[in-house]
Design a protein around this ligand. Structure first.
Ligand code: UDP
Length: 257
Protein backbone atom coordinates (compact mmCIF):
# COMPACT_ATOMS: atom_id res chain seq x y z
CA UNK A 1 0.00 0.00 0.00
CA UNK A 2 1.31 3.46 -0.95
CA UNK A 3 0.60 6.62 1.00
CA UNK A 4 0.69 10.29 0.05
CA UNK A 5 0.94 12.63 3.04
CA UNK A 6 0.35 16.29 2.31
CA UNK A 7 1.76 18.32 5.20
CA UNK A 8 3.24 21.10 3.07
CA UNK A 9 2.35 24.67 4.07
CA UNK A 10 3.60 27.45 6.27
CA UNK A 11 1.75 27.03 9.58
CA UNK A 12 3.08 29.91 11.67
CA UNK A 13 0.96 33.09 11.31
CA UNK A 14 4.20 35.05 10.87
CA UNK A 15 5.14 32.82 7.91
CA UNK A 16 1.78 32.63 6.19
CA UNK A 17 1.16 36.36 6.48
CA UNK A 18 4.54 36.98 4.82
CA UNK A 19 4.01 34.27 2.17
CA UNK A 20 0.31 34.92 1.60
CA UNK A 21 0.09 33.94 -2.07
CA UNK A 22 2.36 30.91 -1.72
CA UNK A 23 0.24 29.71 1.19
CA UNK A 24 -2.87 29.91 -1.00
CA UNK A 25 -1.03 28.16 -3.83
CA UNK A 26 0.21 25.23 -1.78
CA UNK A 27 -3.23 24.78 -0.18
CA UNK A 28 -4.96 24.76 -3.57
CA UNK A 29 -2.73 23.77 -6.52
CA UNK A 30 -0.45 21.81 -4.18
CA UNK A 31 -3.34 19.84 -2.70
CA UNK A 32 -4.77 19.23 -6.17
CA UNK A 33 -1.47 17.82 -7.51
CA UNK A 34 -0.94 15.66 -4.42
CA UNK A 35 -4.48 14.27 -4.76
CA UNK A 36 -3.96 13.52 -8.46
CA UNK A 37 -0.77 11.67 -7.52
CA UNK A 38 -2.64 9.57 -4.96
CA UNK A 39 -5.41 8.89 -7.47
CA UNK A 40 -2.96 7.85 -10.23
CA UNK A 41 -1.19 5.39 -7.91
CA UNK A 42 -4.19 4.14 -5.93
CA UNK A 43 -2.55 5.50 -2.75
CA UNK A 44 -4.09 6.47 0.55
CA UNK A 45 -4.04 10.28 0.85
CA UNK A 46 -3.68 12.13 4.15
CA UNK A 47 -4.15 15.87 4.36
CA UNK A 48 -2.86 17.96 7.27
CA UNK A 49 -5.67 20.37 8.03
CA UNK A 50 -5.82 22.69 11.01
CA UNK A 51 -7.83 24.03 13.92
CA UNK A 52 -7.73 27.33 12.01
CA UNK A 53 -10.59 26.06 9.87
CA UNK A 54 -12.76 26.77 12.96
CA UNK A 55 -11.61 30.44 12.85
CA UNK A 56 -12.56 32.37 15.98
CA UNK A 57 -14.92 29.68 17.29
CA UNK A 58 -18.26 30.34 18.95
CA UNK A 59 -18.32 26.78 20.28
CA UNK A 60 -15.90 25.32 22.80
CA UNK A 61 -14.46 22.73 22.77
CA UNK A 62 -14.57 22.44 18.98
CA UNK A 63 -15.99 19.15 17.65
CA UNK A 64 -15.43 18.17 14.00
CA UNK A 65 -19.14 18.83 13.33
CA UNK A 66 -18.64 22.57 14.01
CA UNK A 67 -18.45 24.53 10.73
CA UNK A 68 -16.41 27.37 12.13
CA UNK A 69 -16.36 31.16 12.15
CA UNK A 70 -13.77 32.31 9.60
CA UNK A 71 -13.28 35.80 8.19
CA UNK A 72 -12.91 34.99 4.46
CA UNK A 73 -11.13 38.26 3.63
CA UNK A 74 -9.02 38.85 6.75
CA UNK A 75 -5.21 38.48 6.72
CA UNK A 76 -5.39 34.95 8.22
CA UNK A 77 -7.80 33.82 5.50
CA UNK A 78 -4.86 32.86 3.25
CA UNK A 79 -4.24 29.94 5.59
CA UNK A 80 -7.76 29.26 6.91
CA UNK A 81 -9.47 29.31 3.53
CA UNK A 82 -6.78 27.35 1.67
CA UNK A 83 -7.04 24.62 4.31
CA UNK A 84 -10.84 24.69 4.07
CA UNK A 85 -10.52 24.44 0.29
CA UNK A 86 -8.06 21.54 0.72
CA UNK A 87 -10.60 19.70 2.86
CA UNK A 88 -13.32 20.30 0.25
CA UNK A 89 -11.06 19.08 -2.55
CA UNK A 90 -10.02 16.02 -0.56
CA UNK A 91 -13.66 15.06 0.07
CA UNK A 92 -14.50 15.65 -3.62
CA UNK A 93 -11.69 13.30 -4.72
CA UNK A 94 -13.03 10.71 -2.33
CA UNK A 95 -16.63 11.07 -3.50
CA UNK A 96 -15.94 11.43 -7.21
CA UNK A 97 -12.95 9.10 -7.70
CA UNK A 98 -13.08 6.89 -4.61
CA UNK A 99 -9.63 7.99 -3.40
CA UNK A 100 -9.01 6.69 0.13
CA UNK A 101 -8.62 9.98 1.99
CA UNK A 102 -7.90 11.07 5.58
CA UNK A 103 -8.19 14.57 7.05
CA UNK A 104 -6.34 15.47 10.27
CA UNK A 105 -7.28 18.77 11.92
CA UNK A 106 -4.10 19.56 13.80
CA UNK A 107 -4.30 21.95 16.77
CA UNK A 108 -1.33 23.91 18.16
CA UNK A 109 1.69 21.60 18.18
CA UNK A 110 5.16 22.21 19.60
CA UNK A 111 8.44 20.39 20.05
CA UNK A 112 12.13 20.30 19.41
CA UNK A 113 13.28 21.31 15.92
CA UNK A 114 11.00 24.35 15.70
CA UNK A 115 12.88 27.30 14.24
CA UNK A 116 13.93 29.89 16.79
CA UNK A 117 12.43 32.57 14.54
CA UNK A 118 9.30 30.55 13.79
CA UNK A 119 7.22 33.37 15.32
CA UNK A 120 4.78 31.13 17.16
CA UNK A 121 4.24 31.61 20.83
CA UNK A 122 6.42 28.86 22.31
CA UNK A 123 9.62 29.50 20.31
CA UNK A 124 9.11 33.23 21.01
CA UNK A 125 8.60 32.82 24.77
CA UNK A 126 11.40 30.24 25.15
CA UNK A 127 13.96 32.31 23.26
CA UNK A 128 12.92 35.55 24.97
CA UNK A 129 13.09 33.96 28.39
CA UNK A 130 16.48 32.30 27.82
CA UNK A 131 17.90 35.64 26.67
CA UNK A 132 16.30 37.43 29.62
CA UNK A 133 14.21 39.56 27.28
CA UNK A 134 10.56 40.34 28.14
CA UNK A 135 7.99 37.83 26.89
CA UNK A 136 5.76 39.48 24.28
CA UNK A 137 2.11 38.93 25.19
CA UNK A 138 -0.19 39.90 22.32
CA UNK A 139 -3.34 41.58 23.67
CA UNK A 140 -4.19 40.94 27.32
CA UNK A 141 -3.15 37.27 27.18
CA UNK A 142 -6.65 36.02 28.05
CA UNK A 143 -6.95 34.19 24.70
CA UNK A 144 -6.59 30.43 25.04
CA UNK A 145 -4.82 27.67 23.13
CA UNK A 146 -4.25 23.95 23.75
CA UNK A 147 -0.71 22.73 23.11
CA UNK A 148 0.12 19.22 21.93
CA UNK A 149 3.62 17.73 22.04
CA UNK A 150 4.78 16.75 18.57
CA UNK A 151 5.41 13.04 19.29
CA UNK A 152 1.74 12.73 20.32
CA UNK A 153 0.61 14.50 17.13
CA UNK A 154 2.75 12.18 14.99
CA UNK A 155 1.30 9.13 16.74
CA UNK A 156 -2.21 10.44 15.99
CA UNK A 157 -1.37 11.08 12.33
CA UNK A 158 0.02 7.56 11.97
CA UNK A 159 -3.06 5.98 13.55
CA UNK A 160 -5.36 8.03 11.33
CA UNK A 161 -3.38 7.07 8.23
CA UNK A 162 -3.75 3.36 9.02
CA UNK A 163 -7.45 3.68 9.93
CA UNK A 164 -10.30 3.76 7.43
CA UNK A 165 -11.80 7.07 8.62
CA UNK A 166 -12.77 9.47 5.84
CA UNK A 167 -14.34 12.16 8.07
CA UNK A 168 -12.01 14.79 9.62
CA UNK A 169 -10.42 13.97 12.97
CA UNK A 170 -9.16 16.57 15.49
CA UNK A 171 -5.64 15.92 16.78
CA UNK A 172 -4.69 18.10 19.72
CA UNK A 173 -4.28 18.26 23.45
CA UNK A 174 -7.58 19.23 25.12
CA UNK A 175 -5.79 20.91 28.06
CA UNK A 176 -6.71 24.55 27.45
CA UNK A 177 -4.57 27.39 28.83
CA UNK A 178 -4.47 31.18 28.54
CA UNK A 179 -1.44 32.71 26.86
CA UNK A 180 -0.78 34.67 30.04
CA UNK A 181 -0.53 31.39 31.99
CA UNK A 182 1.81 29.96 29.33
CA UNK A 183 4.06 32.98 29.87
CA UNK A 184 3.92 32.43 33.64
CA UNK A 185 4.83 28.74 33.24
CA UNK A 186 7.81 29.60 31.03
CA UNK A 187 8.95 32.33 33.44
CA UNK A 188 8.71 29.88 36.36
CA UNK A 189 11.33 27.63 34.77
CA UNK A 190 13.61 30.02 32.91
CA UNK A 191 12.90 33.49 34.32
CA UNK A 192 12.21 36.92 32.72
CA UNK A 193 9.16 39.21 32.67
CA UNK A 194 6.20 40.20 30.50
CA UNK A 195 5.59 43.01 28.02
CA UNK A 196 2.35 43.81 26.18
CA UNK A 197 2.06 43.97 22.37
CA UNK A 198 -0.98 44.55 20.11
CA UNK A 199 -3.22 41.57 19.38
CA UNK A 200 -2.96 40.43 15.72
CA UNK A 201 -6.09 40.91 13.56
CA UNK A 202 -8.64 38.05 13.88
CA UNK A 203 -6.55 36.25 16.52
CA UNK A 204 -8.88 33.47 17.77
CA UNK A 205 -10.03 34.05 21.37
CA UNK A 206 -10.23 30.38 22.28
CA UNK A 207 -9.11 27.04 20.96
CA UNK A 208 -9.65 23.63 22.51
CA UNK A 209 -10.18 20.38 20.62
CA UNK A 210 -12.97 17.92 21.29
CA UNK A 211 -11.00 14.70 20.76
CA UNK A 212 -13.86 12.19 21.21
CA UNK A 213 -13.49 11.02 17.61
CA UNK A 214 -9.75 10.45 17.91
CA UNK A 215 -10.30 8.55 21.16
CA UNK A 216 -13.19 6.43 19.83
CA UNK A 217 -11.98 5.85 16.28
CA UNK A 218 -8.20 5.73 16.71
CA UNK A 219 -7.75 4.87 20.40
CA UNK A 220 -5.64 8.03 20.58
CA UNK A 221 -5.15 10.69 23.21
CA UNK A 222 -2.05 12.77 24.00
CA UNK A 223 0.28 11.33 26.61
CA UNK A 224 2.71 14.20 27.21
CA UNK A 225 1.69 16.88 29.71
CA UNK A 226 2.48 20.52 28.98
CA UNK A 227 4.93 20.61 31.89
CA UNK A 228 6.82 17.59 30.55
CA UNK A 229 6.83 18.94 26.99
CA UNK A 230 8.06 22.37 28.05
CA UNK A 231 10.94 20.73 29.96
CA UNK A 232 12.00 19.04 26.74
CA UNK A 233 12.01 22.36 24.90
CA UNK A 234 14.46 24.08 27.25
CA UNK A 235 17.65 22.12 26.38
CA UNK A 236 16.73 22.30 22.70
CA UNK A 237 16.30 26.08 22.61
CA UNK A 238 19.39 26.50 24.83
CA UNK A 239 21.45 24.59 22.27
CA UNK A 240 19.96 26.67 19.44
CA UNK A 241 20.95 29.80 21.33
CA UNK A 242 24.54 28.67 21.85
CA UNK A 243 25.05 27.62 18.22
CA UNK A 244 22.97 30.47 16.76
CA UNK A 245 21.28 27.93 14.48
CA UNK A 246 17.63 27.29 13.82
CA UNK A 247 17.10 30.56 11.99
CA UNK A 248 14.91 30.61 8.94
CA UNK A 249 16.77 29.87 5.73
CA UNK A 250 16.35 32.54 3.04
CA UNK A 251 13.02 31.69 1.46
CA UNK A 252 12.87 30.45 -2.11
CA UNK A 253 9.92 31.87 -4.00
CA UNK A 254 8.81 28.75 -5.82
CA UNK A 255 5.97 28.99 -8.28
CA UNK A 256 3.28 26.35 -7.91
CA UNK A 257 0.90 26.11 -10.84
N1 UDP B 1 1.23 35.11 20.94
C1 UDP B 1 1.72 35.96 21.92
N2 UDP B 1 3.04 36.31 21.87
C2 UDP B 1 3.89 35.86 20.91
C3 UDP B 1 3.39 34.98 19.91
C4 UDP B 1 2.05 34.65 19.96
O1 UDP B 1 0.99 36.41 22.83
O2 UDP B 1 5.08 36.23 20.95
C5 UDP B 1 -0.19 34.70 21.01
C6 UDP B 1 -0.97 34.90 19.72
O3 UDP B 1 -1.54 36.20 19.66
C7 UDP B 1 -2.03 33.81 19.86
C8 UDP B 1 -1.33 32.71 20.64
O4 UDP B 1 -0.22 33.32 21.28
O5 UDP B 1 -3.13 34.28 20.62
C9 UDP B 1 -0.83 31.57 19.74
O6 UDP B 1 -0.17 32.16 18.66
P1 UDP B 1 0.69 31.33 17.61
O7 UDP B 1 1.29 32.31 16.67
O8 UDP B 1 1.62 30.40 18.33
O9 UDP B 1 -0.34 30.39 16.85
P2 UDP B 1 -1.91 30.49 16.50
O10 UDP B 1 -2.59 29.65 17.49
O11 UDP B 1 -2.36 31.92 16.58
O12 UDP B 1 -1.98 29.96 15.11
Amino acid sequence: MDYVLHLASPASPKDYLRHAILTLQVGSFGTYHALELARAHGSVFLMASTSEIYGDPHVSPQPESYWGNVNPVGPRSVYDESKRFSEALTMAFHRKYGVETRIARIFNTYGERMRIEDGRVLPNFMMQSLQNKPLTIYGDGSQTRSFCYVADTVDGLYRLLLSDQIEPVNLGNPEEVTILDVAREVIETTGSRIVSRPLPVDDPKQRKPDISRAMDWLGWSPRTSRGEGFQRLIPYFKSMLSTGSGKAKPSVETKVT
